[in-house]
Design a protein. Structure first.
Length: 202
């Protein structure tokens, strides 16, 4: 069994990767999170892009543990806000990880924006670092286009899921089953692109 570190403490992200691996028929990989390894210094997320932040987190995890490491940096881009919140998605309200406050601020900023201009996309960059000296790395990107609803709906997911309606759907991401979301989401798409590299770890 090969250990694969996911540079996250978010149990939902860990579960999502496990589901993607299962769906791909990928066995022999034990997915573990940051809570299951010794604490180490994590670099602040100062990159200008999702890809830069994901790669920095994956390198930190590999350097500290010696384990092949996957890291994700993801967020929401809104056309009417010039692509923001982008890499600031998790701390859009000024506090990191306050999903309710982030979502409330976003809805307030879009209050007067008509439905025809509420286009948005979830973006996920996933980086995998492994090999002697961290000399092997892969970075992939998945995007999930849609629009921002006028009010939150649904109890599933996390982050901005309750206000994001995927293109061609009427449900918010928070109203989808985990399996339905995996099949179409930004992170599901990015993780699926990592599967060939993950197969090489076994």
């Amino acid at each position: 069994m090969t250990a694969l570190l996911v540079a996250s403490r978010n149990r939902k992200k860990l579960a999502e990767l496990r589901r993607v691996l299962d769906a791909a028929g990928l066995t022999g990989i034990d997915v573990i999170g940051l809570d299951e390894v010794a604490p180490f210094q994590e670099s602040p997320e100062t990159g200008a892009t999702f890809e830069q932040n994901a790669l920095a987190k994956a390198r930190d995890g590999f350097t500290a543990t010696g384990l092949a490491t996957v890291a994700d940096d993801s967020g929401l881009t809104v056309a009417a806000l010039g692509g923001m919140p982008g890499v600031l998605s998790a701390r859009w309200c000024g506090r990191h990880g306050d999903d309710a406050a982030n979502t409330a601020l976003l809805l307030a900023q879009l209050h007067d924006v008509p439905d025809t201009r509420r286009d948005a996309a979830f973006v996920s960059a996933c980086a995998l670092v492994w090999g002697p000296g961290a000399d092997q790395q892969t970075v992939v990107r998945g995007e999930w286009p849609g629009r921002i609803a006028r009010a939150a709906r649904g109890d599933g997911g996390f982050g901005y899921d309750p206000v994001f309606v995927a293109a061609g759907d009427t449900r918010t991401a928070a109203e989808l089953t985990p399996e339905d979301k995996d099949a179409v989401s930004h992170r599901g798409r990015a993780l699926a692109l990592l599967v060939p590299a993950l197969r090489a770890l076994r």
